[in-house]
Design a binder for this molecule. Sequence first.
Ligand SMILES: Nc1ncnc2c1ncn2[C@@H]1O[C@H](COP(=O)(O)OP(=O)(O)OP(=O)(O)O)[C@@H](O)[C@H]1O
Ligand SMILES: [Mg+2]
Length: 248
Amino acid sequence: MTPRPSSAKDRNSTGGRFITLEGGEGAGKSTQARRLAHRLVKLGFECVTTREPGGSPKAEELREILLSGAVRPLGPAAEALLFAAARIDHLDATIRPALARGAFVICDRFADSTRAYQGALGNLDPRWIRALEEVSIGATRPDLTLILDLPVETGLARATARRGANAADRFEGEDIEFHRGLRRTFLDISAAEPERCAVIDAAAGERQTAAAIWSLVAGRFSLPRRAKPAGIASYIEPQRGRAAGVKA
Ligand SMILES: Nc1ncnc2c1ncn2[C@@H]1O[C@H](COP(=O)(O)OP(=O)(O)OP(=O)(O)O)[C@@H](O)[C@H]1O
Ligand SMILES: [Mg+2]
């Protein structure tokens, strides 16, 4: 059986744990999602790394449309609805099945990005955003949200360097005040929900940021801090449970 985190709290009513990474452009979300997944897998946990918008075949099609900017002229409410449509499929096709198996799900952006980009920055009524979350997400809320925080200029410089000659997407192309507003909004979300959210200093180097994230995740879910040097196998009982149709 795949090892399971021992935290007693189980908001998803499944064996899995749902971790989301949020923050501005170039904060290092994708980089840190990969690093965290790698670490969990080394400890023998099943781990599904996914992203928004997207994360399932149908939602990836909607990602193309959303990031192309084609929906922008319809306004933030319409954009939020399309994000929600993608999220519904992502939850059904990818996230819930993985959580039901007892896996860790690490999601690069999730509902807080909608709260920030379309909600706060699009001047949508927070009650409307909450209602949309209720119908699109229901009870499948993140157990932990890591807010990667850094000065806007640093994040945009990283994103620009990564992009090279490619054009900025729909959101990268917004002006600096928009990105400052985003940063403030993510910090506000964290302050409003301190049990779910943790702010990570993402201006530090990649390894240092990864270490801060690991320390937090390991503490939150009572995980062993390191893989046993010669003992990873003791954490893994490969595939037996699942092959036999038993829930991991
Ligand atoms: N701590 C760090 N220090 C310096 N560079 C970093 C750090 N973390 C990531 N990078 C680099 O910055 C760039 C952006 O990182 P990454 O793609 O992980 O950010 P992101 O938050 O996923 O961005 P986006 O919102 O645009 O998807 C990448 O080229 C990555 O290698
Ligand atoms: Mg990314």
